[in-house]
Design a protein around this ligand. Sequence first.
Ligand code: SAM
Length: 282
Amino acid sequence: MSISELKVGHLIDEAEKKLKEISETPRLDAEILLAKALGTNRFGLFTKYNEEAGEKAEKLFASFLARRMNFEPVAYITNEKEFFEDTFFVDQRVLIPRPESEFIVEKAANLLKNSEKAEVLDICCGSGCIGLSIKRATACRLTLADISVNALEVAKINAARLFPASTDISFIQSDLFGNISGKFDLITANPPYLSERDMENFVVKELKFEPENAFFGGKTGFEITEKILKSVHKFLKTGGHFITELGFEGTNFIDKNYDGIELSEIIKDYSGIDRAAMFKKI
Ligand SMILES: C[S@@+](CC[C@H](N)C(=O)[O-])C[C@H]1O[C@@H](n2cnc3c(N)ncnc32)[C@H](O)[C@@H]1O
């Protein structure tokens, strides 16, 4: 069969067989990549199942597949990742948003449901997915901060796309709280939390494409979280909250006595794994 006669369904089946070698979700990957090559979404793809893809889309799909076979994550190939209620622009400047971080957004939305224009700071913001999703749910005033200028560029792209008319989102390049001033009703963080050993054991294949400083949390993995926990009280209003995502067994590292805050809740995910910790300013 010549390249331009292949049908959409056939292309998916063939790609799935190849992708089984490198991916745990071969069919899903194939569908997302072919949908992108055809300029449609997965639903649109199913309506074209028995149609020819066309030469241009086939060539583009072949180039996407080659990248995926080299372990590049699907989200970097499509430049898109769904998170909470929105689709975020992503590229190699930022961590790909993970569904488990949505627990922070849900908790934040609940905390702020009766507040008008709460002041929210998302440090270690990366793509901005956590802070911008909290804004989607609560219409807060939002500050996004990250040490990486590159990550902040991506956060700005997402803010401009998702809230084009908004004037109450600010961006600060900051090593943790270094350049932050003012006090907030809520501070969120998904800090880097992998240990030296985790970096060696887990940051391979797909994860090698993501920024190293989004993962590495110091020797034990808890160093950056600990630094945040020691100074976050200075940036919270009285009664304000801090929610941080935790690494594997992160609860074991949490000290009960940080200045000015107390642990109010450990947030578990649907599998019962500790995902995040919430603190309240005292
Ligand atoms: C695990 S990623 C989280 C990104 C995003 N919040 C998310 O959930 O997808 C951690 C982020 O922390 C940033 N980061 C690392 N060290 C930092 C520091 N010392 N101060 C501020 N941000 C830092 C990285 O650039 C990265 O964007």
